[in-house]
Design a protein around this ligand. Structure first.
Ligand SMILES: [Zn+2]
Length: 100
């Protein structure tokens, strides 16, 4: 996930990530537009520590389902999203994570 990613519609650089069924949606936090891809395609790139929260159609937080990283995180999100829940993903540690 790139930090210099900007919304085409409003220019915001703040994005939220949602998984719904098999779709991985990176949506602008301001106007909620955004591209969709497959969660399993991007899961290997999610190497940080994340918090997964169930949300409703209006993006209200319902329940936190997982906090952590790696396979456990991906599985928790995948299972929740497969059952039709919307899962909001937020990174917990927000520093400059570089591995170059
Ligand atoms: Zn926007």
């Amino acid at each position: 996930m790139d930090d210099d990613f900007r919304c085409d519609d409003c220019g915001s650089s703040k994005f939220e990530t949602i998984v719904h069924y098999g779709s991985y949606i990176s949506a602008c936090a301001t106007c909620r537009q955004g591209p969709t891809t497959s969660f399993m395609a991007v899961a290997p790139a999610l190497t940080g520590i994340y918090r997964a929260t169930l949300i409703d159609d209006d993006w209200r937080h319902l329940e936190q389902i997982y906090e952590g990283q790696g396979v456990g995180f991906v599985e928790a999100v995948r299972i929740a999203a497969q059952s039709g829940s919307r899962v909001l993903i937020r990174p917990i540690a927000d520093g400059d994570r570089r591995h170059d």
